[in-house]
Design a protein around this ligand. Structure first.
Ligand code: ZN
Length: 310
């Protein structure tokens, strides 16, 4: 039983329209689901990804309109690392980000930049043979499109506390220092710790990561839950998220983890050709549609070229 790398990463935005402009417009991701936070259905939960909404490239945002910016600290993921195909791609992205007013720092084989709310991203040249995941965008040649997650970096003040859960329970392999690899039959990712900055400013808010989810086979979720529990963490019961099933727990360094199933996926309630174009509501929330459609903000999606090519 192995986890298939990162399934999705969920973060917070205070500005859904600006978030859509950045992730679909500038970074060229596809919106693969426009839905609401199932724990708080009056706010958006937006999912971006490749053309199919594949685990391994789902970046999601909960919107809290006007949320104050957060500051990552101990127990929080502070950087999302993406795969880019080549050194030329890093140059392409450096220029493209600059043209959109985003300062990007290109050093060697790494390009670091922040989203408009301060969430930190890094592009690195893909180091594995994993199948590249890509979204289409008329402005981004497919040879430069992002290819999914390489990994995440989190802050910890005492990463040694996490070793048993990561290594023995979750099957992460230590590569060097505090750099771990989580790899299954199909895909893998890294999970790494950096020394936490001083605690004074730490705050969950806009532009910070809320949790990171790792991918499991549907039939193995309960077994993972048992494994996590035996590893000393306190998993939630299995939660039905409609697009996948999930178990949540905090790892000992404080980072909120989720194990989410590969499937059923985003095609369960809409045509793959039109993912993310209308508000999707899992059945328990369907009665709220009229109210939600009038209270949620308009988003600049889908772009004209998607409507025309569908
Ligand atoms: Zn999640």
């Amino acid at each position: 039983m192995k986890l298939e790398g990162i399934h999705h990463i969920s973060a917070i935005t205070g500005d859904a329209p600006g978030n859509v402009e950045f992730y679909t417009g500038v970074l060229g991701l596809r919106m693969v689901k426009k839905t609401v936070n199932q724990d708080e259905p009056n706010v958006y939960h937006l999912f971006y990804g490749d053309e199919h909404g594949s685990p391994g490239m789902e970046l999601t945002f909960f919107e809290y309109p006007g949320a104050v910016r957060g500051v990552p600290g101990a127990g929080m993921v502070h950087r999302i690392v993406w795969r880019a195909p080549s050194a030329q791609s890093l140059e392409f992205w450096c220029e493209r980000l600059s043209a959109h007013g985003v300062s990007a720092d290109l050093t060697g084989e790494s390009l670091v930049f922040n989203d408009p709310e301060g969430l930190e991203h890094e592009l690195v040249i893909a180091s594995s043979e994993d199948e590249p995941l890509r979204a289409r965008s008329p402005e981004i040649p497919s040879e430069h499109a992002l290819q999914g997650f390489e990994g995440v970096r989190a802050y910890s003040s005492a990463p040694i506390r996490s070793e048993r859960l990561l290594g023995a329970a979750l099957g992460f392999q230590r590569r060097q220092g505090e750099h771990w690899e989580v790899r299954g039959e199909q895909r893998g990712s890294f999970y790494a710790y950096d020394q936490a900055p001083p605690e004074i400013n730490r705050r969950q808010g806009a532009g910070t990561v809320h949790h990171v989810a790792f991918a499991a086979r549907m039939e193995e979720l309960e077994a993972w839950r048992t494994r996590v529990s035996e590893g000393g963490a306190s998993p939630t019961p299995v939660v039905e998220r409609f697009y996948f099933k999930s178990v949540y727990f905090r790892e000992p360094s404080g980072v909120l983890f989720e194990i989410a199933t590969i499937g059923p996926g985003f095609g369960v309630d809409e045509d793959e050709r039109h993912l993310g174009e209308r508000l999707s509501l899992p059945p328990p929330f369907e009665p709220l549609r009229e109210q939600l459609e009038s209270s949620l903000r308009e988003l600049p999606y889908p772009p004209q070229w998607r409507v025309q090519s569908a």
